[in-house]
Design a protein around this ligand. Structure first.
Ligand code: SDX
Length: 429
């Protein structure tokens, strides 16, 4: 018999079942609340509301814990790769060598785009926001792969997952090449995922780009660290769209749109904008922090704070270390990194930030690495989307085929006008 919690509403009392997760997180199951009491719950932004039970990623925001299918992010960062992590998130276990090679071969098989898709890029103005292009072309994949719209079994899911994982990187690179008037560079048959992306981004017809292996490793780690993050805004969007029966292409295209916002994935662009604005204005850290604390014009310390982490974001610590290693490797000194480190050190000593439990999140340092690698500033959020793709696919699959969730349909409390009559236009005003 599950544990219950008694809810007393006037003279009516009901017992709500208590759901306990494998990490002892506890929830009140209110599935029967409205039917039994006529009440609903209200939780702006769902900060106290679980939308699902999930076995993919565990976060303890108070302790700064992040685990992919139970494996701590620190171990994944040290031992794994982005594609191995993608396999773990999507299929629940680290792949055997044979499973890894099969998945890797599928990614190679599907890395090209239908030639007609290439013409889509010709129709976008060169200054188009890369996230708009990414979302549009991801959605367009459903026009070119209609057989992927209805996923009936594990094989068709694996094919669709591999297609999207393989092509999201190609779309991003083609979008960059087109926006800059560069000729398209096709995926290289022998290069693996992240190195191939850099090849498609930076090779020229007359000269192949040979990135420093350490840079490839750093970018692969950035993608790995972004791979999933339980029910964040974009993952919840993917699950919600998928809950209507929408196909995987449409669902992840919606996830791209949700990620675009500056409070979510768009923050990595906003962090670099903020750092560059501070430098361009010749502002001291102290002056800038005063503006943040005065909440002047809504200025925020971008890359700080988190809806769940009320302690450090474990990804930020790993990215900061990688930042320092990459810049040292390239014998680069990026003034933005020094400024970011000074802002962090100041914030961690400042009551405003400490009291509000605001710490660097995944976006605070990632932009500095992407800059060092040569990824254009406008594509930072696209890199987040490439990294998050396996998480979205895993979340979509779990919502659709594991928990077989009903269509997501939140309720509301209506606060508009009570009943009134229609007024003809000549009687208004
Ligand atoms: C991601 O959900 C996920 O898991 C997301 C993510 C993922 O992997 O998917 O981790 C990725 O989106 C990371 C977050 C990236 N966004 C930013 O860096 C943007 C800057 N941060 C914030 O805007 C903010 O911290 C949020 C949006 C991230 C979280 O907002 P909350 O939890 O809703 O906090 P809030 O807006 O209610 O703020 C609480 C207080 C307010 O002050 P008071 O009203 O109490 O006086 O903290 C202040 C806010 O003004 N505050 C900040 C701040 N963030 C919150 N003040 C200055 N700078 C900030 N960055």
């Amino acid at each position: 018999m599950p544990e219950t919690a008694r809810l007393q509403l006037g003279d009516k009392a009901i017992d709500l079942p208590i759901v306990v997760g494998t990490e002892n997180e506890r929830a009140l199951d209110i599935g029967a609340l409205r039917a039994q009491t006529g009440y609903i719950t209200l939780d702006e932004g769902y900060r106290n509301t679980g939308s699902c039970q999930s076995a993919i990623t565990f976060i303890d925001g108070e302790e700064g814990i992040l685990r992919y299918r139970g494996i701590p992010i620190e171990q994944m960062a040290e031992h794994s790769s982005f594609i191995e992590t993608a396999y773990l998130l999507i299929w629940g276990e680290l792949p055997t060598e044979n499973q890894f090679n099969t998945f890797s071969d599928l990614l190679t098989k599907h890395q090209n785009l239908h030639e007609d898709i290439r013409h889509h890029f010709d129709l976008f103005p060169s200054n188009s926001p890369p996230m708009a292009v990414l979302s549009a072309v991801l959605n367009a994949l459903s026009c070119f792969h209609p057989e992927m719209l209805e996923i009936e079994d594990d094989n068709s899911f694996q094919e669709a997952a591999a297609r999207i994982m393989a092509k999201v990187r190609t779309i991003a690179a083609y979008s960059y090449r087109h926006a800059n008037g560069f000729p398209t560079i096709y995926p290289h048959p022998d290069k693996k995922y992240t190195a191939n992306f850099l090849h498609m981004m930076f090779s020229q017809p007359y000269k192949e780009y040979e990135p420093d292996p350490e840079l490839v490793k750093a970018l692969d780690l950035i993608l790995l660290l972004h791979a999933d993050h339980e029910q964040n805004c974009s993952a919840s969007t993917v699950r919600m769209v998928g809950s209507s029966g929408a196909n995987l292409f449409a669902s992840v295209a919606a996830g791209v749109c949700a990620l675009w916002g500056p409070l979510h994935g768009g923050a990595n662009v906003a962090v670099v904008d903020m750092l560059e604005e501070i430098r361009a204005a010749g502002m001291s850290v102290k002056e800038f922090m005063q503006q943040v604390k005065n909440k002047k014009n809504g200025i925020r310390l971008m890359g700080f704070g988190h809806p769940v982490y009320k302690n450090f974001d474990p990804r930020s610590r790993i990215i900061k270390k990688t930042c320092e290693n990459v810049l040292a490797r390239l014998h680069l000194k990026d003034p933005l990194l020094e400024l970011a480190e000074e802002l962090e050190a100041t914030a961690l000593q400042d009551e405003y930030f400490v009291q509000r439990k605001l710490y660097p999140n995944v976006d605070f340092y990632s932009g500095v690495i992407l800059r060092a690698i040569g990824i254009p500033h406008s594509m930072f959020t696209v890199m987040f989307a490439i990294g998050r793709m396996p998480g979205w696919i895993a979340q979509w699959q779990e919502g659709r085929f594991v928990s077989k969730s009903r269509i997501h349909r939140p309720r509301q409390i209506y606060t508009g006008p009570t009943q009134r009559v229609y007024t003809p236009i000549d009687k208004r005003g």
